[in-house]
Write a protein that binds this ligand. Structure first.
Ligand code: ADP
Ligand code: MG
Length: 209
């Protein structure tokens, strides 16, 4: 197996150092395929099995272009469950640890609104959450996505199975059309092709066995 080191990518130095401190020396296969187009701003649809390192792939992509001096929400990650959203947020925080002042907020259902509203007093740079609760904040106008640069649908097949299609479409409708949209899925049913067709622009298709 040829393993490609992260150093071959042109990443901001803070990211290279947090990747190294996590002990990730070489890219997993899905990272090696996804990161070059992802870093050049392309939309991406990626299919790879659980545990293949998809989280770090999109986290590195969105963090590489994040401007922490700009106090607005620049990246949104939609996940099917609170547990997954918390895992994704934890991985993003680990990878962001060398970039000063990056604010990552999780917004999930089954959690009280009060603390979420308090955290939203200052716009987070990155929001990770479940579609229902994100939509609720958009409706209450407590979350703004008009400066969003990157939108990630993680475990998109599971979100569709759980009936989140309409919520996802409504959320994406509140984001700028110039955004980068990344779609990650373990399987590739027709629903995924449909949603990709409606929210992505010429996506690069990546499938890893
Ligand atoms: P997926 O979302 O594809 O199911 P995860 O993103 O949760 O998988 O990653 C699974 C595990 O692999 C995590 O514990 C993560 O820390 C680890 N990991 C990710 N990328 C690398 C890498 N390049 N080298 C070593 N471990 C990695
Ligand atoms: Mg995952």
């Amino acid at each position: 197996m040829n393993s490609i080191p992260f150093q071959t990518l042109s990443l901001r130095p803070e990211l290279q150092s947090s990747i190294a401190s996590l002990g990730y020396d070489s890219m997993t296969p899905v990272q090696a395929q996804a990161l070059p187009p992802l870093l050049s701003g392309e939309d991406l649809i990626a299919q790879a099995k659980t545990g293949s390192g998809k989280t770090a792939a999109f986290a590195i992509g969105l963090l590489n272009k994040l401007d922490a001096q700009l106090y607005c929400t620049q990246a949104l990650v939609l996940c099917p469950t609170r547990e997954l959203a918390e895992q994704v947020a934890a991985e993003i925080r680990r990878l962001a640890s060398a970039i000063p002042n990056v604010k990552v907020l999780t917004l999930c259902g089954g959690r009280p609104m009060g603390p979420q509203l308090a955290s939203l007093q200052r716009d987070p740079h990155i929001v990770v959450g479940t579609p229902g609760r994100i939509l609720k904040h958009l409706e209450k106008q407590t979350l703004r996505l008009d400066a969003l640069q990157t939108c990630v649908l993680d475990e998109a097949d599971r979100m569709l199975d759980m009936g989140f299609h309409d919520d996802i479409m409504q959320i994406i409708g509140a984001t700028p059309s110039a955004r980068q949209t990344l779609l990650f899925s373990a399987t590739y049913p027709d629903g995924i092709k449909d949603i990709s067709g409606s929210v992505q622009r010429a996506p690069i298709d990546i499938r890893v066995e």
